[in-house]
Design a protein around this ligand. Structure first.
Ligand code: PLP
Length: 303
C-alpha cells in the first residue's frame, strides 16, 4: 500500500510530495521536528497516540523560537495525526514524525521568509536500540548550547551534533553516546535524556544544562515521584558521577526507558538493569496503552 503523509493540510500519497533542492530546509537545516509514538495494544486491538498533545505543543514552541508559522493548533495536529494513522492502517507500534520546514528557495540562510510547510509521516517502530542494557561512552563532541544552536528547538540542524557523537562512539562498538555540556557536565544522549539513581534519589540534569526537555523525561520524573515515592532532583551532574551511580538510564520517545549498564568501560551498579529502571519501565509500558486510569489522559485511541 502506498504510504500516506500529511502535507500542508491534506492527507496525500507520499510519492506526490517533493521538496525542492533549493529549499532552506535542505540547504541549511532550517526545520524543526518532533518524534511521537503510538503504542499498539494487542489485548484491546487498539492503537494509542501517546503524549501527542504535549509533542505538538513543543513543536509549536520550537516554531515560535525559529520564526516559523503553521496555521494549526496542537489539537488540530492531533486530529490530523489520528486521521493519518488510520489512512496508513497502522496496527502496530508506530513512530510519527512531524517536520516543519522553511520551504523558501532564496539563497540566504534566513528565517525571515515565511514559506513554512509541515509534513507528518509514520513508520513502524518497535525497540529503537534493540537492547535492554546499553554500553555508552562520553563523546569528545560537546553538546550544542542554548547560546548557539538551541537544543530546545529540536532543529534538524542540531542533529548533526548527535550524528557526530554517534559516529565517534558507535563506530568503536558502544551502543550510544553521552554528551557533556561546554562546562563539562553530563547533558544527555544524542536523542534521549539521562537519569541517575544515587542514594536512592533520582537525579537528572536541569533544562539550563542544554538538554532537550523531554516529554518522556517529564513523565519519568512524575512516575518516580508519584508511583515510586522517590525524591527527584534536577541538578548538574559531574562526569565521574556516571561511573559511581547505583543506576543510570535513558528516557526518550524512541529510546523509551532503557538501562545504561556501562559507561566509558566502567560497570555501573551491578552491571545490569536496576530496580528503579525496571519498575519505571513496567509502569511506563502500562501508561503507554492507557492501562492506568490516572494517566489515561496521555493517550488518544486511534481505532
Ligand atoms: C536530543 C534529545 N534529547 C532528549 C530526547 C527525548 O525527548 P522526548 O522524551 O520528548 O522524546 C530527544 C528526543 O526527541 C532528543 O532528540
Amino acid at each position: 500500500m502506498t504510504q500516506k503523509v500529511f502535507y500542508q493540510g491534506e492527507i496525500v500519497d507520499e510519492s506526490s510530495v517533493s521538496i525542492s533542492i533549493r529549499s532552506k530546509a535542505f540547504n541549511y537545516g532550517l526545520a524543526c521536528f518532533e518524534g511521537i509514538r503510538a503504542y499498539w495494544d494487542d489485548e484491546e486491538e487498539q492503537l494509542y497516540g501517546f503524549c501527542m498533545k504535549e509533542h505538538y505543543d513543543r513543536l509549536l514552541e520550537s516554531c515560535k523560537c525559529l520564526n516559523m508559522k503553521i496555521p494549526y493548533t496542537s489539537e488540530e495536529l492531533c486530529d490530523y495525526t489520528v486521521e493519518l494513522l488510520k489512512a496508513n492502517n497502522c496496527k502496530t507500534t508506530t513512530y510519527i514524525r512531524p517536520i516543519v520546514y522553511k520551504g523558501a528557495e532564496t539563497l540566504k540562510p534566513s528565517l525571515m521568509e515565511m514559506d513554512d510547510r509541515i509534513i507528518i509521516y509514520t513508520q513502524p517502530l518497535d525497540s529503537y536500540s534493540g537492547k535492554d542494557e546499553l554500553r555508552v561512552a562520553v563523546s569528545s563532541w560537546r553538546r550544542i548550547s542554548d547560546t548557539s544552536l538551541p537544543p530546545r528547538t529540536k532543529a534538524t540542524a542540531g542533529y548533526l551534533n548527535s550524528a557526530l557523537a554517534g559516529l565517534e562512539v558507535i563506530s568503536k562498538g558502544y551502543d550510544e553516546a553521552i554528551f557533556l555540556t561546554n562546562a563539562g557536565f553530563v547533558c544527555e544522549g544524542p536523542g534521549e535524556n539521562i537519569f541517575f539513581v544515587k542514594n536512592d534519589k533520582l537525579i537528572t540534569p536541569p533544562p539550563s544544562d542544554d538538554i532537550l526537555e523531554g516529554i518522556t523525561r517529564a513523565l519519568v520524573m512524575k512516575l518516580a515521584k508519584e508511583e515510586l515515592g522517590m525524591e527527584v532532583v534536577e541538578r548538574s551532574v559531574a562526569r565521574t558521577e556516571l561511573y559511581n551511580s547505583q543506576e543510570v538510564f535513558f528516557s526518550g520517545t524512541a529510546m523509551e526507558v532503557t538501562a545504561v549498564v556501562e559507561a566509558d568501560d566502567r560497570r555501573i551498579g551491578t552491571g545490569h538493569e536496576g530496580e528503579v529502571c525496571r519498575k519505571l519501565k513496567e509502569i511506563f509500558a502500562k501508561v503507554g496503552v492507557g492501562k492506568i486510569d490516572k494517566y489515561k489522559y496521555l493517550t488518544i485511541p486511534v481505532w
